[in-house]
Design a protein around this ligand. Structure first.
Ligand code: GLN
Length: 483
């Protein structure tokens, strides 16, 4: 039962082969049995899950239908869940029970999805390895000595290990696509503004975007359908109609123009990954796509710009965690300043503290123009490169990451080494574009992802290309040994 995709579950529930309650019990037992190896969950919500599953079964019995009605999912632990701990992977929020549901959580619950729990993540979504969580590192089910990617590593490891079919995640600089690549999943970061950020604990507000992680493009379409849409509670949410993402999955790729940026194949890319990407290009050519070499000349400046902008926004966003209103409070403060200092010093881990300091520095008088303003100018250049490219091509294709998942601890002493691994993913966030990663093969037994980028609001095109690719390849169907 645990091998089923969301689409298969939807068919099984519709055909009354099993109930949502039965399926939920099987998956909860599987999580209890196997998750100690992975550490992919921070909280299990068994009671809520069984209640939601029974309610979904009752709705079906009353004639309701829907692909998410009774479908088991989990939420990355930065989506606020009413009355349930929402920790953001931090000691700061270990005791925080959200007073309301995030829009994404409420929308999925209304569609009948069943929440099995809250998944582990890098602290405040800062990281590419899921090692900065206060609740401990998450292990990659493909090799328990390797990282699953981050920051949505818990959602990725859980779905890859078949603990559940799909989960929500967020992507500020790659945190949906990179863990998808590292664990053999399909993950989609939507256009900025497509999915509401209301109730999603902020890291870098101008970059953050929620999206689905699942095993197939077909399942990403189902989950995204439940997440996307205008929300008046989020001032950056965009009031555009949500298309039927499943309806365009079957479209032909005949004549599709795929741009391959020459900058993507530079020295930093593992040659074995480069070869797998070339294979995926050939596969898409067989389906009728036309390949064109393009250039994204400002890509080389994207990492330094991102690692100024994201920490700057984080330093501002995280100032609300002061030990007064919510979250961790130190014991017996001497005075107000001592309360702030010790609450924040004790509540935040080292990576979060590092970024708050970098961000506060970049925003300070005298340095603002030199760092923050410069970074914003680069951001515009990165966007302009994409706009020029999309005049010539329909999608852009390349690797999701330069290397496969590294060993746990391998980059702990050198944060910049980890930042460099984000080279292919962060540009989409800087430009606000949608991006998808899908399985493209293996290197040393570890999964490799191919990334597709599309113009604004073309999530349907990404899902269509990925689905057609997945109808003709079987990488995405392979499970990790032992799961
Ligand atoms: N690795 C990037 C960072 O640490 C991206 C994280 C994310 O997308 N949340 O900022």
């Amino acid at each position: 039962m645990h091998q089923m995709t969301l689409a298969e579950i939807a068919r099984g529930l519709a055909d009354k082969k099993f109930s949502s309650e039965e399926l939920t019990k099987v998956l909860l037992a599987r999580i209890t049995q196997l998750d100690p190896q992975l550490n992919s969950f921070i909280s299990l919500t068994e009671e809520l899950a069984l209640e939601q599953a029974k309610a979904a079964d009752a709705r079906r019995a009353n004639g309701e239908s829907g692909a998410l009605l009774g479908a088991p999912i989990a939420h990355k632990d930065l989506f606020c869940t009413q009355g349930i701990r929402t920790s953001c992977g931090s000691k700061m929020l270990d005791n925080f029970k959200a007073p309301y549901d995030a829009t994404v959580v409420a929308k999925l619950a209304a569609a009948g999805a069943v929440t099995l729990g809250k998944t582990n993540m890098d602290e405040f979504a800062m990281g590419s390895a899921n090692e900065s969580s206060w609740y401990g590192a998450v292990k990659n089910p493909w090799n328990l000595e390797h990282v699953p990617g981050g920051s949505s590593g818990g959602s990725a490891a859980a779905v890859a290990a078949r603990l559940l079919p799909a989960a929500t995640a967020t992507d500020t600089g790659g945190s949906i696509r990179q863990p998808a690549a590292f664990t053999n999943l399909t993950g989609l970061k939507p256009t900025y503004g497509r999915v509401s950020r209301w109730g999603m604990i902020a890291y870098a507000s101008s970059l953050d975007q929620g999206g689905p992680l699942a095993r197939t493009a077909e399942d990403c379409a189902i989950l995204l359908q439940g997440m996307a849409g205008f929300d008046q509670n989020d001032s950056t949410s965009i009031d555009e109609p949500v298309p039927d993402y499943s309806a365009s999955l079957g479209d032909s790729l005949q004549g599709l123009r795929i741009g391959v940026p020459k900058e993507y194949f530079s020295a930093g890319l593992d040659p074995r990954i480069a070869e797998l990407i070339q294979n995926s290009i050939k596969e898409l050519q067989k389906l009728g796509a036309v390949i064109k070499e393009i250039s994204l000349p400002n890509m080389q400046h994207a990492i330094p710009a991102y690692y100024v902008i994201a920490p700057a926004e984080a330093s501002s966003n995280l100032s609300r965690f002061d030990g007064v209103r919510f979250g961790h409070r130190c014991e017996q403060p001497k005075d107000l300043i001592d309360l702030y200092k010790r609450s924040r010093g004790e509540g935040f881990g080292p990576e979060v503290q590092r970024r708050i300091m970098v961000g506060a520095y970049a925003l300070s008088a005298g340095y603002y123009d030199a760092y923050y303003l410069k970074a914003q100018k680069i951001r515009r250049l990165v966007k302009n490169d994409f706009m020029a490219a999309f005049n010539e091509v329909d999608i852009i294709l390349g690797p999701t990451t330069p290397n496969p998942a590294w060993k746990l601890g391998a980059k702990n002493s050198d944060p910049v080494a980890a930042y460099l691994e984000d080279v292919y993913t962060i540009t989409a966030n800087l430009a606000g574009l949608p991006g998808l990663s899908m399985p493209a093969g293996f290197v040393d037994g570890l999964p490799v992802g191919v990334q597709l980028l599309a113009p604004y609001f073309q999530e349907g095109r990404l899902l269509n290309v990925a689905h057609q690719y997945q109808l003709n390849t079987d990488w995405h169907t392979r499970p990790p040994t032992g799961f």
